[in-house]
Write a protein that binds this ligand. Structure first.
Ligand SMILES: O=C(O)C1=C[C@@H](OP(=O)(O)O)[C@@H](O)[C@H](O)C1
Ligand SMILES: C=C(OP(=O)(O)O)C(=O)O
Length: 438
């Protein structure tokens, strides 16, 4: 295949001839892997990441940290089992160049790290990365003492002129367009001279579980973090300055990437086991147990993992997805196959994700004969009999997996650029056909 053919190639989405019955080993979490890499890079001693996700977003994060002088070596892990990365923190260096691709975690989490380096760090990325909001991070870093050159749009490309340290202290931001602004400032906060106090001042903050993930992971490497939940003021997070420990961390499976496989059990009336589903987690994908149960399935968390079983019936749902926005494309796909209408709410910020997900889902499901309308903050989905056709993906991994869910139930769906799943799940086509026993 010529280099650009992958972008226009059409993948015939497999149609399920019966109920699926499979065990699917889902690779590590993108959000946990990229936080673990940042925290290990900022630590005062080496650490291990076991079973890290190796996908475009996490390889970009590792590459960027290496460019700033951090050692990230291939290893087999302290017990000699499983793939692992050994992270060797070092004085952060500039000049360096960072390619963020279209990874929200890389473009938001790394400018604060770059502010701690001893020289200029240039950030650039895919065309879409220029359109994704970064103003919360840029403005906050300037208030906290950083020098940043950008073109004044509050977005990429930009250069952070690191001076070896950052003063830190209190800062107000409007993070209503992305929770990643808050996570970004908290993750590097222990290394700022005064730590950091982040006060969110805008309208509702999305993706709260991802902020809890940031706080949990900071605490697990020894940081002191005060949060609204720990008795602090609403919308205020405070991180005390201090050294971070190097940890030996095993990365949980990516529960948002487990979504299409659970959806397969739901829409085919089958059964899927996802091994190593954590019994306690901050990942938003854990909410699927409740959401897909309401949509017609049932699940059991066993010693082997999560067993999700479809009943043969798929019901519509009325749900606020503001906390778990990244689950929207997969839920919309299932809702398009349901026996009653759905309303998905609280996700206006998805217009600023990998693509405008509300517009993309509406257009692509309707082009297969569906009846979806956009609302101010979500989607109305009235199920209709769908037909085959091309499902465009707009370089959005979750559009590709949403199209694959529909393809299970609708013959003749062809997914454009299924390779875009490499952002977080490079093995998707193989895992999908493996699940179907093909
Ligand atoms: O911090 C994270 O790892 C993420 C936070 C969320 O971002 P938004 O708050 O921008 O939706 C989520 O959608 C994204 O997939 C991952
Ligand atoms: C919104 C997402 O990614 P990002 O980390 O690029 O924001 C996502 O994975 O659904």
């Amino acid at each position: 295949m010529a280099p650009n053919d992958a972008h226009t190639a059409l993948w015939p989405a497999p149609h399920a001839s019966g109920a699926v019955d499979a065990t699917v080993h889902v690779p590590g979490s993108k959000s946990v892997t990229n936080r673990a890499l940042v925290l290990a890079a900022l630590a005062s001693e080496p650490g291990w990441l076991r079973r890290p996700l190796r996908s475009r977003d996490t390889l970009l994060m590792a590459g960027a940290l290496r460019a700033m002088g951090v050692g990230i070596e291939e290893g087999v892990g302290p017990e000699g089992t499983g793939e692992a990365w050994r992270v060797l923190p070092a004085g952060l260096r500039g000049p360096a160049t960072v390619d963020v691709g279209n990874a929200g975690t890389v473009m938001r989490f790394l400018p604060p790290v770059a502010a701690l380096s001893d020289g200029p760090v240039r950030f650039d990325g895919d065309p879409r990365s220029y359109e994704r909001p970064l103003n919360g991070v840029i403005d906050a870093l300037r208030v906290l003492g950083a020098r940043i050159d950008d073109d004044g749009r509050g977005a990429l490309p930009l250069t952070v002129h690191g001076s070896g340290a950052l003063e830190g202290g209190p800062v107000e931001i409007d993070a209503s367009s992305s929770s990643q602004f808050v996570s970004a400032l908290l993750l590097s906060g222990p290394r700022f001279n005064q730590g950091v106090e982040v006060r969110h001042t805008g309208s509702a903050l999305p993706s709260m579980p991802h902020i809890r993930m940031t706080v949990d992971m900071l605490r697990s490497v020894g940081a002191q973090v005060d949060t609204p939940e720990s008795g602090g003021e609403p919308n205020v997070w405070r991180v005390t300055p201090g050294a971070l420990l190097g940890r030996d961390l095993t990365i949980e499976p990516d529960l948002s990437n487990a979504q299409p496989f659970l959806a397969a059990a739901l829409v085919t009336g089958g059964k899927v086991l996802v091994p190593d589903w954590p019994s306690r987690t901050t990942q938003p994908g854990d909410r699927l147990r409740e959401i897909f149960t309401e949509m017609g399935g049932s699940c059991e968390l066993t010693e082997y993992g999560l067993v999700f079983t479809g009943s043969g019936a798929v019901h519509g749902i009325d749900v606020d997805l503001s906390e778990v926005g990244e689950l929207t494309p997969g839920i919309a796909a299932v809702a398009a196959l349901a026996d009653s209408p759905s309303t998905l709410r609280g996700v206006a910020h998805l217009r600023l994700h990998e693509t405008d997900r509300l517009a993309a889902l509406t257009k692509e499901i309707n082009e297969l004969g569906g009846d979806v309308t956009e609302t101010a903050d979500g989607l109305h989905i009235r199920p209709r009999r769908l037909h085959g056709g091309v499902f465009h993906t707009y370089e959005d991994h979750r559009m590709a997996t949403a199209g694959a869910i529909i393809g299970l139930a609708v013959e003749g769906v062809r997914i454009e650029n299924v390779a875009t799943t490499a952002k977080t799940l490079p093995d998707f086509p193989e895992l999908w056909t493996g699940m179907l026993g093909a």
